[in-house]
Every structure is written in C-alpha cells, then in structure tokens.
Design a protein around this ligand. Structure first.
Ligand code: PEP
Ligand code: MG
Length: 300
C-alpha cells in the first residue's frame, strides 16, 4: 500500500466529490526542497527563511538572499512558492539587532514586529523577493500578523520598493494566522491581504497559553482541539472569499484532514515526507459533507 501511495504522489489530490486540494510542502533548505519534489509537493506552502540569518555576524545582503532563495527554490520552478518573511524573536537574538532583553520573548518583538522595528532588514528581504518574483510564482507571508497595521505597513514598503525597482508586478501578500486576535480579525484584514495561512503551532501556543517548546505543559498544547477549529471556522465565515491554507503541524496529521478541510480550506502545507500520505487521505474523503450545503471558497 505504501508504494501505491508514493506512485500516486505526483498526481493532484482530488477529493471523492471532485475538489482539487493543493498539498504543498514546508521547507527551510535546498535539501528539504529536493525531498519535497521527490514526494510530489504541488508547491511550497511555507519557506522558512531563518537559516540565512541564524549564526551570522551580519545580515545577508540583497544579492546573497536572492542567490540563497534561487538555489533553495530551484526544484520548484513553475510551481507556487510562499516565502515567509524572517520570523525571529528575542529568544533567538541576531547579533546585528543587538540583544533585545525581554522577560516574555514569545509575547515580545518577533516576526513582523521585529521587522518593522528594523526596516532595513524588511526592505532587504522584500527587494530580494521582488527580484525573485520576476522569474517565479512567488507569494509573501507575513509572520505573526496581529494588527491591520502589520499588513498595511508591509504592503506600503512593498509598493515603494517595487516602484524603486521598476518591478511591475507585486507578488500576492498573505498573512500567517498565529494569534487568536488575527483569527478573529479577518473581516478587517481581508481587504488588506490576498490570502492567509493558519500557523497552528503558534496559534495553539497563544490560544492555550502553553509554550510550544515546554514539555511540562505539553498536555495543554492541543492543536486539534475544538478551540482551534472554532477559530478557523470563524475566520472562514468572516472572510468567505479569502483563500485559506494551513501550514502548522496539524496539517500533516491525516486523521484530522477531513475536519480541517471542513473549515473551508483548499490547501495544506506539510513536511515533505507527509505529502503522499496527506494526498492519499484527501483522495478518500468528500470535501462537502453529504446533505449539507457547503459554500465552496474561491480557488487559489
Ligand atoms: C506555525 O506557527 O504553525 C508555523 C507554521 O510557523 P513556525 O512553526 O515556523 O512558527
Ligand atoms: Mg509560527
């Protein structure tokens, strides 16, 4: 059975009732990208870009970033790739941002909060992505978007830099939904962004007030509990036309695939080896519950 599953990995994942679900991969390196392609990923749902920064004495230059992204993403030529802006926090200090002493780093300056405080970090990354997007199907993901200003400020920089570069087309801008506030604000956010992806690892940490790295509170970290699905359902109904995806670890657990899709998602992003397993699960379920009228969200 396992070999049958992997034989079909390169085919699209279509539900019994005919809905094509994108199964994308989470990657952080070229090795991940190679593994994802071998496993039949339809694209990259989450490219974690932190590796290019960690352990460096100076931030990578625009050209270095561009080269790094081109190299990492080369196997995905022609396929959609979602590049997440640098998601770093005070618990992982970068030498060049100085040490930001915070007693509660998970609730402090991380993700887009830090980038807006260090505009040159944000601009360098956006410029490299804008240049990359001339030759590939690139989308941008904002980590830890919590306020509308997190999105509008990023979009503003994106359009300024795009004009400077004369790059013409601006890649779609999406947000990671990683805080309960974001999940409950899509009515407002939907007019500022083009798509959103649930980061259930952080969404669970912040919903259950349970540190995702602390084994002592592991039993409180319940990413498949009703509370998380409720947040996703509310987000869905508040923004019925916004394409929604899920890239937290929950997306890779096949016993929850049906319940996840019922929240109105059309794409999932998982660790490379799980792509064939999730595709197989999707082929064996119905997207719409029989005997219910289900609103099909807009395709990606
Ligand atoms: C998440 O928070 O669910 C997520 C996908 O991002 P990361 O695990 O990199 O924080
Ligand atoms: Mg996260």
């Amino acid at each position: 059975a396992a070999s049958k599953i992997s034989q079909k990995a390169h085919k699209p994942a279509i539900t019994l009732d005919g809905v094509n679900i994108l199964v994308l991969a989470n990657i952080a390196s070229r090795a991940d990208a190679d593994r994802a392609i071998v496993n039949g990923a339809d694209g990259v749902g989450l490219y974690r870009t932190e590796l290019a920064y960690l352990g460096m004495n100076a931030p990578p230059s625009e050209n270095e970033l561009l080269e790094e992204m081109q190299h990492t993403l080369a196997p995905f030529e022609g396929k959609p790739v979602n590049i997440r802006l640098l998601d770093i926090g005070a618990d992982k200090p970068l030498p060049f941002t100085g040490f930001l002493a915070e007693s509660n780093p998970a609730l402090g300056r991380r993700g887009i909060r830090l980038l807006l405080e260090y505009p040159e970090l944000l601009d360098t990354q956006l410029r490299a992505i804008l240049r990359l997007s001339k030759e590939s199907d690139t989308r941008i993901l904002i980590p830890m978007a919590t306020l509308a200003e997190d999105i509008t400020a990023t979009r503003e920089r994106l359009s300024v830099l795009s004009r400077q570069l004369g790059s013409g087309k601006i890649p779609p801008l999406g947000i990671m939904i990683e805080t309960p506030a974001a999940a409950l604000s899509l009515q407002e956010f939907a007019s500022h962004c083009d798509f959103a992806s649930f980061g259930t690892n952080d969404l669970t940490q912040y919903t259950f007030a349970a540190d995702r790295e602390n084994a002592a509170v592991d039993s409180y970290f319940r990413d498949s509990q009703r509370a998380i699905f409720r947040l996703m359902e509310i987000a869905r109904s508040d923004a019925p036309d916004l394409p929604l995806s899920l890239c937290g670890e929950l997306a890779g657990r096949s016993r929850h695939t049906e319940e996840i899709l019922r929240c109105g998602l059309r794409s999932l992003s998982v660790a490379p080896p799980l792509v064939p397993i999730i595709k197989d699960r999707i082929r064996n379920l119905n997207y719409a519950k029989p005997n219910t009228t289900h609103r099909f969200p807009r395709d990606h």
